[in-house]
Design a protein around this ligand. Structure first.
Ligand code: C2G
Length: 143
């Protein structure tokens, strides 16, 4: 049983996240996903999520590739997580390339996967904002 672990915020779950989770699962038999808590996101990543941790957890748990979801509460829990959850492989998108090589010291294979281009939660928020502005302007013209 080869166990894979990955970490992320997974807000506004989109096909880039799914591509990552599918490829991560393909590297083993069991996939653990550590989802950043609301506090971790705000304090450490200065990200305000649209969906709460519980909502993001429910969405990711519904993905066919995911076997277990755990909370990510600190940057440095990875070193212990890989032992606590007997992870053989750590996977993350290549926007983090090189940042987690230290996990190799814990006997874990570290894999950086190419990100899916164009899509991101930030891009979704911006596109929706722009579309909404266009709709409001068009409605204003009609009145
Ligand atoms: N991802 C991807 N392609 C995208 C967007 C995201 O492959 N277009 C990947 C990221 O590389 C990451 C995962 O999907 O592996 C989750 O992305 P985010 O929710 O943005 O996670 P991030 O904020 O990078 O948090 O301790 C690690 C951090 O928690 C990672």
């Amino acid at each position: 049983m080869k166990r894979v672990i990955t970490y992320g915020t997974f807000d506004l779950l989109h096909y880039g996240h799914i591509n990552l989770l599918r490829r991560a699962k393909a590297l083993g038999d069991y996939l653990i996903v550590a989802i950043s808590t609301d506090e971790f996101n705000w304090n450490e990543k200065h990200k305000k999520c649209y969906f709460s941790y519980e909502q993001r957890k429910a969405l990711v748990e519904a993905v066919r590739y995911v076997d277990l979801v755990i909370p990510e509460e600190s940057w440095d829990q990875k070193r212990t997580d890989v032992h606590d959850y007997q992870a053989d492989v750590f996977v993350i998108g290549d926007d983090w390339k090189g940042k987690f090589d230290f996990l190799r010291e814990e006997g874990v294979e570290v894999v950086y996967l190419p990100r899916t281009p164009e899509i991101s939660s930030t891009r979704i928020k911006k596109d929706l904002y722009d579309a909404n502005a266009e709709e409001r302007e068009a409605a204003g013209k009609k009145e």
